[in-house]
Design a binder for this molecule. Structure first.
Ligand SMILES: Nc1nc2c(c(=O)[nH]1)N[C@H]1C(S)=C(S)[C@@H](COP(=O)(O)OP(=O)(O)OC[C@H]3O[C@@H](n4cnc5c(=O)[nH]c(N)nc54)[C@H](O)[C@@H]3O)O[C@H]1N2
Ligand SMILES: Nc1nc2c(c(=O)[nH]1)N[C@H]1C(S)=C(S)[C@@H](COP(=O)(O)OP(=O)(O)OC[C@H]3O[C@@H](n4cnc5c(=O)[nH]c(N)nc54)[C@H](O)[C@@H]3O)O[C@H]1N2
Ligand SMILES: [Mo]
Length: 830
């Protein structure tokens, strides 16, 4: 075929297509807001392509737009493999397309689903909500979608009550604790409620202002999409040194790192203390920054601890080396480089925080950043939370005129404690545990209503995605009614539902808000907030897929609060729904375009008429000077540290004087990050210092993978098996000792769970360590054992192995790590 003919054939194929823009408004990806250019033909998505809203004709944008353009963030927001693969989720055979009810028993291998009408679903669910609230009052309805950060995401709770709010969260909780007590900063009022302006984040171009970048337990090429990995690559090309500290030789280590330092999981704090010891001993801290920002008393207390004044053990590199397996000379060389290089972007990421001693490791990384004067200022970083920079651009607002809330639930539990809440409540009701024990175990503050969960709403995959899956499955069977919107039948959470509702894929098939009320004018919360896009519904969902807001409006009507919940759309029939919603978005856009306060003009934006805007609904402005942590405060000449002393406290005065057992944290926390492997005599389940390490000697890490967004895409045939094989990683030395060869079937096990999967024998992982990537769906066989009462998993679901016990305090989630053993297995996996 000639070239011309090929081109003409291709053109023919694409004739009649319409182009839409959207983003992965996905938890985890909402940080990046990549732009998906999507082609649609005959009501179906034909292709998902990269952003073409700027520099469309260039491959390497930096060559085209120069340093100035790069600094200004005028670049494409290109999606990763997950963004390109949504068709595999949307057009999956297993997709739920009708409301269904469970008949003949819940759980794997029991009963089945039967189709019901939307009317039946709405009637039954409305009645269950009414019943639950009448019988059990507040804190009885858990809507798992995002009931964390002190919120309840149950949409009707502001008008009908009942919802249970959670504090802490699954991503940032270790770092949040560190921020709260040592920096005196709470991310919730800034990042979630938008009522404060203490933004701890950085804009991606600011990475180019660093002299050294340290990725500590962070694999951004896999786990952080959008601008940050792109600017890291540019930083590397510019010659800014990059160091990776991780138990695994990650993709980021392979592509970005000048130096890779393997570290034993869960021992980061020991290395950080040793770095501090060198900084103290060799007087390498930044005197001026410390004098201005750091509380003197705490600085000296911490120095005393680190130098051995407290326990006679100086925390030298020689002390740390056998703990963390990093040679003393490597630690010392790192500390000297770190202390003498000027601005350092040292980012100790979530995974390090979400495990035993993780809140202390997070705090120690912030302390180190403060010591070298890099916690704020261009090229610096707060280390940890990463979220949140201010908007660069006013964003239109669609006004649905919802009534202000009548009721705001008090946070009643730590969001990691669902199973404990249900199982312990039963014991509490039977008088087997006291109220105080119950409160302490689940993180319920003294003035909040006790959790009494009887209706569980799953709009995610929380039965599979959080610790101790078998315990969760036990708990879910005790809940009176379980329901929610879901995509695919095969997900473990669906198996336990009384009614399952067919969820639209919110990026392509719906006009709904997402996460905590985020509207469809999307402006991601960090790294590059110099643009927004309007994510327009482009295709109808299959079968009887309907949108959440439509559903909740119908339920609100039944419960007599429709006028409060959605006054503008209360009488809109389903057939007109999307059209009417879009009118409200149009109205919001037109109000914005009027530019009453002249802000758009100032930014050089000339708004197009709505219909024109829809053709390429993206508005972008240049970044003048990139944002760095707490910039707004620093420019005003104020210190953002909300601690009792008003400074960064290396020894937290709050913790020195407060007993956390009287708060939601329900326990004790040291006022300084101290290395106590057996923390207050209670080694956590993920700690190699726990006696159970003798039986389960391999330290398990559960990082995210490039081929799933959390548990989404596990069934996606565009990604599964051909491009990605889900296997348990094991080092050749450990494999040899267990007579395991690459691709052998193995049994991974501990006292909480068992899974049969394939082994990946690789030296990309430290000896004594093992790795199962997070997010596969538990798929049990029918062999029941005392450890696996619901069957032995055949799909490598890592949360089977992670215990949910907490230390004497419940501050951070022990969520990402565990201890397991692996042995050869003779049978078949899927
Ligand atoms: N061991 C271990 N556990 C972890 C983690 C870890 O690193 N290791 N990470 C933790 C973290 S940080 C997180 S954020 C959680 C995530 O865990 P979850 O909050 O459970 O998130 P997802 O897997 O994304 O949930 C997706 C499912 O929700 C259903 N759903 C319903 N409506 C919608 C919708 O509108 N959109 C989408 N996308 N899905 C919908 C779909 O059926 C889909 O299968 O897991 C946590 N668990
Ligand atoms: N592709 C993809 N990206 C995602 C997600 C996804 O599901 N898929 N989820 C998103 C979400 S919701 C979140 S919260 C974030 C999570 O972001 P992170 O917490 O950064 O992600 P992880 O992959 O769990 O961990 C990062 C690295 O830490 C290493 N690590 C584990 N334990 C330790 C330790 O004890 N010490 C040290 N030094 N390193 C350790 C792991 O090997 C891994 O390489 O990712 C987001 N990005
Ligand atoms: Mo997350």
């Amino acid at each position: 075929m000639s070239k011309e003919q090929t081109v003409s054939n291709l053109k023919g194929k694409h004739q009649g297509e319409q182009v839409f823009y959207t983003t992965c408004l996905q938890n985890g990806c909402w940080d990046a807001t990549c732009i998906l250019r999507t082609r649609v033909k005959d009501g179906k998505i034909t292709a998902i392509e990269p952003d073409d809203s700027v520099n469309p004709e260039f491959g390497r944008e930096d060559a085209a737009i120069g340093e100035e353009g790069i600094k200004q963030g005028l670049i494409q927001m290109r999606p990763c493999v997950l963004g390109h693969s949504w068709k595999g989720e949307i057009y999956a055979e297993d997709r739920i397309i009708y409301p269904m009810k469970r008949v003949g028993g819940k759980g794997f291998g029991k009963g089945h689903f039967e189709r019901i009408s939307w009317d039946e679903a709405i009637d039954t669910i409305s009645e269950k909500i009414r019943e639950t609230i009448e019988k059990y009052g507040d804190a009885s309805i858990l809507h798992t979608h995002h009931s964390f950060f002190t919120l309840s995401s149950f949409p009707l709770t502001p008008y009908v009550g009942g919802g249970i709010a959670g504090w802490s969260d699954q991503s940032t909780s270790g770092h949040t604790a560190a921020e709260k007590f040592f920096l005196g900063y709470d991310m919730v009022p800034t990042a979630i409620f938008g009522i404060e302006d203490k933004f701890p984040g950085f804009e991606a171009p600011d990475l180019l202002n660093s002299n050294l970048i340290v990725l500590w337990g962070w694999d951004p090429l896999v786990g952080w999409h959008g601008t940050v990995p792109y600017y890291l690559k540019l930083a590397r090309e510019k010659g800014i040194p990059i160091i990776c500290i991780d138990p695994r030789y990650t993709l980021s280590a392979e592509v970005l790192a000048d130096q890779y330092i393997p570290i034993r999981p869960g021992t980061d704090l020991a290395m950080m203390l040793a770095v501090a010891q060198v900084l103290y001993e060799e007087e390498l801290w930044n005197k001026e920054y410390v004098a201005q920002n750091v509380d003197k008393e705490g600085f000296n207390k911490f120095r005393n601890y680190v130098m051995g004044g407290e326990d006679g053990v100086p925390k030298t590199p020689e002390w740390a080396a056998p703990i963390c397996t990093v040679p003393a000379e490597t630690i010392r060389a790192f500390a000297r480089l770190y202390g003498t290089t000027g601005k350092v972007h040292l980012q100790c990421h979530y995974s390090v925080g979400k495990r035993h001693l993780g809140d202390y490791a997070a705090a120690a990384s912030m302390i180190l950043q403060a010591m070298v004067g890099s916690l704020t200022g261009p090229g610096g970083c707060e280390s940890g939370s990463i979220l949140g920079t201010p908007k660069r651009i006013p964003v239109p607002f669609a006004d649905f005129k919802k009534a202000p809330p009548d009721f705001w639930p008090k946070p009643s539990f730590s969001t990691h404690k669902f199973a404990e809440c249900v199982l312990m409540r039963e014991k509490f009701d039977q008088g087997e545990v006291t109220e105080k024990e119950f409160r302490n175990a689940v993180g319920c503050p003294p003035d909040a209503p006790l959790p009494n969960i009887h209706l569980l709403w799953l709009d995610n995959n929380q039965l599979n995605n959080h610790q101790q899956v078998n315990k969760r499955l036990e708990a879910v069977q005790k809940v009176d009614f379980v329901t929610g919107f879901q995509w695919h039948f095969n997900s473990p959470s669906v198996q336990y539902m009384d009614i399952v509702l067919p969820a639209p894929n919110h990026m392509f098939e719906s006009t709904d808000t997402f996460l905590n009320g985020q509207q469809r004018f999307m402006n991601g919360p960090c790294a590059a907030r110099n643009y927004f896009l309007y994510c327009r519904k482009m295709v109808d969902g299959p079968g009887e897929v309907r949108t959440r807001e439509w559903f909740w409006t119908q339920v609100a009507k039944k419960l007599g609060v429709g006028e409060k919940y959605n006054p503008r759309l209360i009488d809109t029939p389903w057939e007109k729904w999307d059209e009417e919603v879009e009118k409200i978005y149009q109205e919001g856009y037109e109000r914005w375009a009027k530019d009453d306060d002249g802000k758009l003009k100032e930014l050089g934006i000339n708004p197009l008429p709505w219909q024109e805007f829809l053709k390429k609904p993206i508005v972008r402005v240049p970044i003048d000077e990139p944002f760095y942590p707490f910039k707004l405060w620093i420019e005003r000449g104020e210190l953002p540290w909300g601690t009792p002393s008003g400074k960064i406290e290396f020894s937290s005065k709050y913790l020195e004087t407060h007993d956390l057992s009287m708060t939601e944290f329900g326990g004790k926390m040291d006022s300084m990050p101290k290395w106590e492997p057996s923390y207050m005599n209670q080694p956590a389940y993920d700690s190699p210092y726990n006696p159970r390490a003798k039986k389960y000697p391999l330290s398990l890490v559960t990082p995210v993978t490039m081929f799933r967004c959390m548990s989404c895409h596990d069934q996606n045939k565009m990604l599964r098996d051909e491009v990605y094989q889900h296997r348990v990683w094991i080092n050749p030395a450990d494999a040899k000792a267990r007579k395991i060869k690459n691709n052998d079937l193995v049994m991974v096990y501990n006292e909480f769970g068992e899974s049969i999967m394939k082994a990946f024998v690789t030296s990309k992982l430290m000896p004594g360590t093992t790795c199962i990537h997070f997010g596969t769906w538990m798929q049990p066989n029918d062999v029941k054992t005392p450890t696996s009462p619901y069957g032995i998993d055949t799909n490598g679901s890592c949360n089977l192995f992670i215990g949910d016990n907490h230390l004497p305090h419940t501050v951070n989630a022990l969520l990402t790590a565990g201890l397991v053993e692996i042995k050869r297995f003779g049978g078949e996996a899927r």
